[in-house]
Structure formats: C-alpha cells, structure tokens
Design a protein around this ligand. Structure first.
Ligand code: MGD
Ligand code: MGD
Ligand code: SF4
Ligand code: MO
Length: 755
C-alpha cells in the first residue's frame, strides 16, 4: 500500500513543494506538487532524487561517541552525557570563547537550524562564532546593514515582473537561485524574455544562464566592483539618475565614484568602455530593472563594495522598492513591523578575532580564521579548545582543509550534529545524527524572507520518526542544555523559555497586536503538537499577516496553515520603504563611512592586471556543496571534479583534454583531470567545490569511489574581503601545469580511468 505526503524540498533555496509517494517507511517517488501555491509543480533532478538522498544507507542512524580513540554507536543518553562532560570543563576552565561554534549551510534548510542556534550562541556566550556565511553572502549582509541598517534586509529582484535583469556572478540554471527564492528560476528567465524583457549576465564563464542571456559579459574575475562603479559613474555623468525616495548621500556617491570612468576600469575588467556605457544606459532606459549579484560578486576581494554597488545601481535608477525592480519581501514569520523611523544602525568590528584581528561582522568571525583560532596561541586570550559543529563541513568548504584537519584533531573536544560521518565529523568526539528530511517537519523561516513572492507553507514530517531517532529540534534543544550546564533538563523548557520571553516582550510593544495583553494567557492559546510547532504558531500570529491572537480573526495561525497544505499565497512583492529601514537617520544611507573608507582600495585595483591564471568555482545542478556526492543518482555524467580551461591556455601550457593537471595555489596543490572548453574565458580556470572525499575515517562509500579534489586546498585563508571577513574563493591566482612528475603514474592512471 502506498500513500502520498507533501514535503517542501530542502535541497536548495528554491523551496519547491513535493508530493512524495511513500511505501511503508520509504519514499519511493517525488513529484512536483502542482497545487503548491509557490512552485506550482516545478521539480528539478535533485528534488526528484529526494527518496535516494533521504534513504542513503550511509546516513547515521544512532549517535556515535568516541571511546578508546574509536567512534562507536551509542545511545542518545550516553551521547548527551558525553557532550556535557566534554564541554562544561572547557567552558569552566578557559571561559566561553574557548568553545567555538560552526554553523553550516543546511541550518537554513531545517526548522531546527532556524529555531535553536541563536539560543545556543546566547547560552554559551561565546564570540568564537563561525558560519558558512563568511564563505558566501556576508558581504551582502554587511552592505545591507550599512545601507538599510538591517543586515537581513536584502532586496530581491522581482523576477516575475521586471523588464531588465542584470545577473552578476550567479548561475541560477545550476544553483536554482540564491538570496532569491524562486522555484523554476530557469522558467522565470525564459518568461522574462518571452514578455520582451532583457537578460544580461556578467560571468567569466559562459554558463547555462549566460547562454540564455541577450548579452553576456565575460568579466575578469574579481573586478565587478570596478565595473559596477563605472556603470554608476555613467548614470551620474549622463544625468540618468532618478533615485528612489528615502535616500541620503546621492551626491556624495557621485563624488566618490567620479574617477571610476568606463575608460579607467576597462583594462582591469577586460570589458570595453563602450560596453560598460551601454550596460548603464540600458539599465537606466528599461521601464523597470533589477540588478542582482550572487556568489561571484561576494566571494571576491571587493565583495562588500560590489554588493553595495548592486544596490546603488538599483537605487540610482529608481528600481529599489518598486514593482519590477528589487524589493524587500515580507515573510509571514517576520517580526511585527514597527512604525517607520530611525533605528539603531549597524555596527561592524565591535570585537576582533584573537589571532589576525579580523573585525566581527554580524557577530561572526571569518570561517577562514577558524584553523588559526584553534592552532595558534596568543597572549590575547584562550584559543578555541572545543568545537560544536552543526550542519557544516568546513574541512571541505573553507580555505586550507589540511590545516583545519590538523587543528580539529588537536581539539580537547568536538561535537558534530550531522547525518554523515564526513571529512569534518570524523574528528568529533560525539556525532549527533538528525533524522532524514522525510522524518522532519519543514518551514522556510529564512528563504521566505528572500522569496520573489510572499507566501507561506508548512509541512509536517511525511514519515513518523523511526524508532531510535530523535528530531533535530530536540537534538539541538538537548545540546543547548548540555553545554550550558542544564544537562538532563526537559528540552521542552527551551521552547517554553523562548515563548515566554517573546510574548513578554510583544505585550510591551505599542505596535504589537497583543500590546497590553497577558503573556501567560497568550501562551495558553498557542497550538501545535510540539515545541517548535508552538513557536511557529506564535511567530505566525505575531507576524505581519498574523491573527494577532484574535485581533484579526482572518489572519494567519498554525491551524490556518495546516488547513492549507499546499500553502497560502500572500501576494506579489510590494513597496515597503521606509518601514524596513533601521539606520540612525531613518533613511537609506547611500555612502556609509566604512564603504567610503574602502574605496581607496578599489582605486588601487584600477592598476592591477593579474599576469597568470586565476581560479573560479562552479556548481552543478545535481550537487550541493559537499554533501550530495554520496548519492549515485546525483553523481556521474557532467557532475565531475574537472578543471575547466580555455583551449588557448591549454595549448600554451601543454594541457590535454582529459589528462591530469596540477593546480597550485597559496595553500597547496591538487591534481585534477583537465576539461578543455571555451566556456571559460581566457586566463581563467574553474574547479567545483565540495569535492575531496579521500580522507580516511569517513563513511561516504559512494563519494569515496570518485572523490575529486578539494579546491579550497589551493587557498591559505589569508585572502579576505576586509569589511565582511568573507573568504576570497573566486579570482584566486593559481599555477597550472600538466602532471608529468615521475612517480605519479598511479595517480595519472587513476585519473584517466575516470575520464
Ligand atoms: N571554493 C569554494 N568553496 C565554497 C563555495 C564556493 O562557491 N567555492 N561555496 C561556499 C558556500 S556558498 C557555502 S554555503 C559553503 C557550505 O559549507 P558547509 O555548510 O560547511 O557545507 P555543506 O556541504 O553545505 O554541508 C554541511 C553539512 O551539513 C550536513 N547536513 C545535511 N543535511 C543536514 C541536516 O538536515 N541537518 C544537519 N545537522 N546537517 C545536515 C551535511 O552532511 C554536511 O556535512 O561552502 C562554501 N565553500
Ligand atoms: N546545484 C547546486 N545548487 C546550489 C548549490 C550547489 O552547490 N549546487 N549551492 C547552494 C548555495 S550554498 C549557494 S550560496 C548558491 C549559489 O548560487 P549562485 O551564486 O548562483 O552559484 P554559482 O553557480 O556558484 O554561480 C556563481 C557564478 O559566479 C561566477 N563567477 C566567479 N567569479 C566571478 C567574478 O569575479 N565575477 C563574476 N561576475 N562572476 C564570477 C562563476 O563562474 C559562477 O558561474 O547555490 C545554491 N544552490
Ligand atoms: S529546485 Fe531546489 S527546491 Fe526545487 S526540487 Fe530542485 S532541489 Fe528541490
Ligand atoms: Mo551558500
């Protein structure tokens, strides 16, 4: 007997609704849910493999605890006893900063990851906080923090309505979009073209997205900030600005960018001045337009400046906060909107990392600095001696995995919350495995705030927890208790504490629908089968569309959401300014001081011309960072760890298609098969990330059969965007040579066998 169940796909940011076919306790099929209010039936090959990802036999079923040097299966009780016994003495002896926390990408794809990490950090009181954001989008948070006073206020292109879309360093045909949640991003780009709109792509590679574009600019990696600055300069120079209201500092920006003329930047960007002028004019002439930058504009030396310039262009052309431009979504679980007015602003560098004195951003230190924070003693304070890693695999995702590998091995104690025993988790003393997605509830707290249409959906677990499993929400609640000296307390107390605090605060806020009410009475009105569900109910009811605990009877609540299993549409993106602004002026602050202070560095970049090859990354549709290479259905074919190199570069260097090549960077050397293709521009080579599954002590049997190499070994962690602490992962200088050294025959044979 089979049945079906709905489940929002957690495998990328598009959040498609799936209809799962379930036989017994297994997902045997996944289709797009045609009735889903947002995704309307769309599914990609990854979503279609949901069952295979879910049922991977290498997923851990029980906790692992290290005994006599070996990780062995253990009960949950033994595992949390070990966590408390391992972490508490470190905190008590060396202080809170000696316990580091690493939060990885899948935290934004789980309810547990949305609801508990903030409590974990607050409970520990540690400043040793590292997340995947500093190998990803931290520059965007910083530029939004500075411009809008809120690091989470990120404008999203109005894909369904824009007339002109400028994509910079993004390849949504492979990634399915990021910081822009849009099921069927490819379809939306095709629809844009079908309605007469224009698509422009700036990317050093001729990606599948670039192939769809009306205009593709193969910019030199790392120079987007110069290109965008020149576009802004053209807008000023030719009188093409009509800035968005509520903005201050427009003239100051005009002054600050005066030198960045198209002629001045052309050589550095390797884009002709006339082309830059045309890009600016077309942007200004379009009835509506949106500029959108992603990984390729963030993970570069001027990531924050490029992210800032993306919004400067949207603002100067009047496209910020108008339909068809770039707007601020309003999610159902957003805080109750407060009245517009000045806020507290955004501060950077409130403290610094111990070893290299990197400024914090958004309360985080650069993931690039994790290894040195563990392995380097200084007089400033204690190194990180214990580490809690939740849904992260920094040995592969962060610079210099070999150094981090050794640093992790030197820790006094380490905990991983991860379904796999992978390159990072193999160092843990305790591994706490969450259940597979089919057994977990789902709501997109994070991605709904970046969605191209306001909507809300919730799916309960499609399959009940199998015996011996623990919900990830409970795992994290118990972890919080174990590391904060409350080991053994009821995990429900964690949710209750949040509910009491949130409601206690809400009743005191004049703009809250529950102002003046009794928080204890409100708490009794919450529904839901679990603590996390009650917290979701609370957030929905206090939120911008909520029922306000009875004040707006038609408003949202968990019950209402459960009655709409395919979700509730909340309409297109709408103008919201000035309400979301939290700057001290209450305006968009177009030239914040930290940005002005960083512009001289950009000016110096005008003179830089990298002589040799530079490396960029790439993503493959059937993959996801470091953790989907263990699913046979998602590997093979074009999803391989090869070095893309332009035919002219290949010829000059004597590199043959399919033959192994050595790639050398500041942090080390790797050997990968060459794939000669003019899809990369001259002077640029490309390797995907998340590979390198050849370390011993992991349990990734399929991934180990075609391990690939770790591109991040080419980095030494010193290249950062200074304002955000974001790692520079693109535009990195490398040397490339055919693999010819004697003694490497076996490697060569193995690699050619794979081609
Ligand atoms: N060179 C280079 N490096 C990059 C990038 C790049 O473009 N180029 N991209 C960067 C980006 S954008 C990111 S976001 C990072 C990602 O870096 P990380 O977050 O460190 O890595 P991931 O591979 O996304 O997966 C993290 C871990 O989460 C586990 N996991 C999967 N599902 C769950 C779950 O439901 N619960 C829990 N607890 N764990 C789960 C996986 O097994 C895996 O071990 O990598 C970055 N690294
Ligand atoms: N299939 C798949 N989907 C994913 C992921 C995955 O690993 N696989 N990861 C998810 C995650 S965590 C994220 S953050 C998103 C990322 O989503 P995207 O940003 O869309 O990801 P990428 O495909 O890496 O696209 C980045 C593009 O930037 C280009 N680029 C490199 N350097 C430069 C530069 O200096 N300038 C410009 N203009 N372009 C440059 C690269 O060639 C590449 O095509 O994808 C998410 N979705
Ligand atoms: S596009 Fe993303 S969310 Fe949609 S089915 Fe594919 S992996 Fe899942
Ligand atoms: Mo990411």
């Amino acid at each position: 007997m089979s049945r079906t169940a709905l489940r929002i796909c957690p495998l990328c940011e598009a959040t498609c609704g799936l209809t799962l076919t379930i036989e017994g306790t297994r997902v045997t099929r996944a289709r797009g849910d045609r009735d889903d209010v947002f995704s309307k039936g769309f599914i990609c090959p990854k979503g279609a493999s949901f069952g295979a990802v879910d049922a991977d036999p290498d997923r851990l079923r029980t906790p692992l605890v290290r005994r006599d040097g070996e990780l062995r299966e253990a009960t949950w009780e033994e595992a949390f006893d070990a966590v408390a016994a391992g972490i508490r003495p470190v905190v008590e002896r060396y202080g809170p900063n000696s316990v580091g926390v690493v939060l990885g990408n899948p935290n934004v794809h789980t309810m547990a990851g949305a609801l508990y990490p903030a409590l974990l950090l607050a409970g520990l009181g540690t400043r040793s906080v590292f997340t995947a954001s500093t190998v990803d989008q931290m520059p965007k948070h910083v530029s939004s923090g500075l411009l809008f006073g809120d690091a989470h206020a990120i404008p999203v292109p109005d894909l369904d309505h824009t007339d002109h879309l400028l994509l910079i360093g993004a390849n949504p045909l492979e990634s399915n979009g990021s910081l822009c949640t849009a099921p069927d991003f490819p379809g939306k780009l095709k629809a844009l073209k079908a309605r007469g709109g224009t698509l422009v792509v700036i990317d050093p590679r001729r990606t599948r997205t670039a192939k769809l574009a009306d205009r593709h600019i193969a910019v030199r990696p790392g120079t987007d900030a110069l290109l965008l600055a020149a576009m802004a300069q053209v807008l000023f120079d030719e009188g093409l600005t009509e800035p968005t209201p509520h903005v201050q500092g427009v003239e100051e920006v005009a002054d600050a960018l005066r030198e960045f003329t198209p002629e001045a930047v052309a050589a550095a960007c390797d884009v002709e001045a006339d082309v830059i002028r045309a890009l600016a004019r077309e942007l200004a002439a379009a009835p509506t337009a949106a500029v959108y930058g992603r990984i390729g504009s963030c993970t570069v030396p001027h990531g924050t400046l490029a992210s800032w310039l993306v919004d400067v262009l949207n603002i100067l052309t009047g496209n910020l906060d108008r339909p068809g431009g770039a707007l601020f979504p309003q999610a159902a679980t957003d805080k109750t909107p407060r009245p517009a007015g000045p806020g507290r602003g955004f501060a950077l560098g409130r403290w610094h990392s111990r070893v290299s004195r990197h400024p914090e951003a958004k309360g985080e230190l650069p993931l690039s600095a994790l290894a040195e924070e563990i392995d380097t003693a200084t007089e400033e304070g204690e190194p990180v001696r214990a580490l809690l890693v939740v849904a992260a695999n920094p040995v592969l995702s962060a610079p210099d995995g070999d150094r981090l590998d050794k640093a992790l091995e030197s820790l006094d104690f380490m905990v991983s919350v991860d379904p796999y025993l992978n390159e990072t988790a193999r160092h843990a003393d305790v591994v706490l495995p969450p259940p597979p997605p089919s057994q977990s509830p789902h709501h997109d707290f994070a991605f709904n705030t970046f969605a191209v249409r306001n909507q809300v959906r919730y799916t309960r677990p499609a399959i009940p927890l199998e015996p011996g499993r623990m919900a990830e929400t409970e795992i994290l609640a118990r972890l919080i208790l174990a590391v904060t000296g409350m080991h053994g307390a009821d995990p429900a107390a964690v949710d209750q504490m949040v509910i009491d605090q949130t409601l206690g605060k809400a009743v005191e806020e004049p703009h809250s629908p529950v102002h003046g009410r009794d928080p204890r009475e409100l708490a009794t009105l919450l529904t839901g089968d679990t603590g996390p569900e009650r917290r979701l109910d609370m957030m929905l009811r206090l939120g911008p569309y909520g029922d306000g605990f009875g004040v707006r009877p038609d408003g949202l609540s968990l019950q209402k959401l459960l009655a709409h299993p395919h979700g509730i549409d909340l309409g297109p993106l709408r103008p919201r300014l000035p309400q979301p602004l939290k700057t001290r002026s209450g305006k968009v602050e177009l030239l914040p001081q930290p940005i002005a202070d960083d512009l001289p560095r950009l000016k110096r970049a005008l003179e830089e011309r990298p002589g040799g090859l530079v490396l960029v990354g790439r993503r493959h549709l059937r993959s996801n960072n470091s953790w989907m290479h263990n699913v046979p259905a998602l590997t093979g074919g074009s999803n391989r760890c090869t070095l893309h190199i332009h035919p002219e570069d290949a010829e000059r260097l004597g590199v043959r298609d399919g033959a192994p090549v050595r790639v050398k960077g500041a942090g080390g050397e790797v050997t990968a098969p060459a794939e000669v293709t003019d899809d990369v521009r001259r002077g640029v080579v490309s390797l995907p990330h998340g590979w390198g599954h050849s370390r011993p002590g992991t349990r990734l049997s399929h991934a180990a059969t075609d391990p690939g190499v770790n591109v991040n070994q080419l980095l030494d962690g010193r290249l950062l965007d200074p304002l955000s602490g974001n790692a520079v992962l693109n535009g990195v200088p490398v040397e490339v040579a055919p693999e010819t050294a004697p003694g490497c025959a076996s490697v060569t044979e193995k690699l050619t066998a794979l081609t």
